[in-house]
Ligand binder design. Structure first.
Ligand SMILES: CC(C)(COP(=O)(O)OP(=O)(O)OC[C@H]1O[C@@H](n2cnc3c(N)ncnc32)[C@H](O)[C@@H]1OP(=O)(O)O)[C@@H](O)C(=O)NCCC(=O)NCCS
Length: 166
């Protein structure tokens, strides 16, 4: 399914609610967020591009113009190295059509262009079969199983996947 990605805007709160406020969507991400947490997240996403190198995009289905998911990356210190960590999501009605994979490939291309970090990592839960499949398909290398803190204060058993950006 062809998609494009665009920076997050003030009009994208309904999409954020459908993703981060939904128990199914947040099963591997620490559970649904409260209205206050969603509002904070919206403010953070809107400002990201102005204040640093982290990026959050909405994923748009090209044929319909509909917003169907997110992809984003942020800077993180991991095992002593400055890296990008990337994550993605697709609304349930649109899953299984290659949307997250295609959107993630576009976001990786942008991170490559900025040339800031050698490595991009993804930390899907070991039980998140589609996300682990996406990492494999996009050429990430499986480094190890590890404990990863997401959201803050909650630890998940994850796979550490790494991609060379340059
Ligand atoms: C993970 C998620 C983004 C996948 O979205 P999607 O748009 O359906 O993903 P895609 O269609 O691009 O790719 C899914 C891949 O997983 C594969 N897959 C799906 N279910 C699978 C399973 N049970 N076992 C193995 N592979 C599976 C698909 O075959 C596909 O690979 P392919 O393109 O080689 O056929 C979506 O399920 C989601 O939003 N989940 C909730 C949020 C989340 O967990 N985000 C991950 C944070 S790292």
């Amino acid at each position: 399914m062809p998609v494009r990605i665009e920076p997050w805007t003030k009009d994208d709160f309904p999409l954020l609610e459908k993703l981060f406020g939904d128990p199914r969507m947040t099963e591997h991400l620490g559970g649904p967020e409260s209205p206050g947490m969603l509002a904070d997240r919206q403010r953070r996403f809107e400002k990201l591009a102005e204040i640093g190198n982290d990026r959050m995009f909405k994923v748009i289905e090209v044929t319909t113009g509909e917003s169907v998911g997110t992809v984003g990356y942020r800077e993180l210190t991991w095992r002593g190295e400055e890296i990008y960590e990337i994550g993605w999501s697709t609304l349930p009605a649109f899953q299984g059509r290659g949307i997250a994979g295609n959107a993630t490939a576009l976001a990786i291309a942008l991170a490559r262009q900025d040339g800031r970090h050698r490595h991009m990592h993804a930390f899907p839960s070991i039980d998140n079969a589609p996300s682990n499949a996406i990492c494999r398909k996009l050429g990430f290398t499986l480094i190890e199983e590890c404990e990863f803190e997401y959201p803050k204060g909650s630890f998940m058993q994850c796979n550490d996947w790494r991609l060379e950006l340059y």
